[in-house]
Ligand binder design. Structure first.
Ligand SMILES: Nc1nc2c(ncn2[C@@H]2O[C@H](COP(=O)(O)OP(=O)(O)OP(=O)(O)O)[C@@H](O)[C@H]2O)c(=O)[nH]1
Ligand SMILES: [Mg+2]
Length: 173
């Protein structure tokens, strides 16, 4: 018995390293990308301002680490999004489900540009419908779902429940 305890304690070794994946996170300004990342990293999301440029966070999950690169969603930044797509292994598109119809249309166009971009079109693509606590939030059927040829099967639309959906989605990577 002593020998078994000795073996269990001394031969255990360090746990195997978790695989890491590079994920790009996009969405219009105010959609909640930085807030999402802060929550996923168990940090306060109280004093978050608009992201100027980009913001990178390593988000630890039990079986993997996601290195998420958030790209600021302001008009003068989003035109450069595509310069930062290279090397991505997954995409998170954060949507403000309670935004105006006009903003939703802008978001839809950005979403479909991203879905069709050569560096993103084959990647796992998660759309997070954020701001679900707002009474004006759209229901799942009202969110932009226009199909983009050949890519719809890669798209999952997930009402946001913070960590759970993100972890469940990317655990298949
Ligand atoms: N009520 C509510 N407010 C939210 C939610 N998510 C984010 N916010 C708030 O929305 C505002 C903008 O959130 P950010 O996380 O900065 O948005 P962002 O997408 O990173 O914006 P940019 O960096 O400018 O592209 C902040 O005041 C957040 O507190 C949500 O689900 N519900
Ligand atoms: Mg931000």
């Amino acid at each position: 018995m002593d020998y078994l305890c000795f073996r269990a304690l001394c031969c255990k070794g360090p746990p195997p390293p978790r695989p890491e994946y590079d994920v790009v996170c996009i969405g219009l300004t105010g959609a909640g990308k930085s807030s999402l990342l802060s929550r996923l990293c168990s940090e306060s999301s109280d004093d978050i301002g608009p992201t100027t440029g980009f913001n990178i966070k390593a988000v630890p999950f039990p079986n993997a680490i996601l290195n998420v690169k958030e790209l600021g969603g302001a008009d003068n930044i989003k035109k450069y999004w595509c310069r930062y797509y290279q090397g991505s292994q997954g995409v998170i598109f954060v949507l403000d489900s309670a935004s105006s119809n006009e903003d939703l249309e802008v978001a839809r166009n950005e979403l479909h540009s991203a879905l069709q971009h050569p560096q993103l079109c084959t990647l796992p693509f998660l759309i997070l419908a954020n701001h679900q606590d707002n009474r004006a939030a759209r229901t799942p059927n009202q969110r932009p779902q226009r199909s983009a040829a050949g890519v719809t099967s890669l798209v999952k639309i997930a009402p946001l429940t913070w960590t759970n959906n993100v972890q469940a989605f990317f655990s298949d990577l």
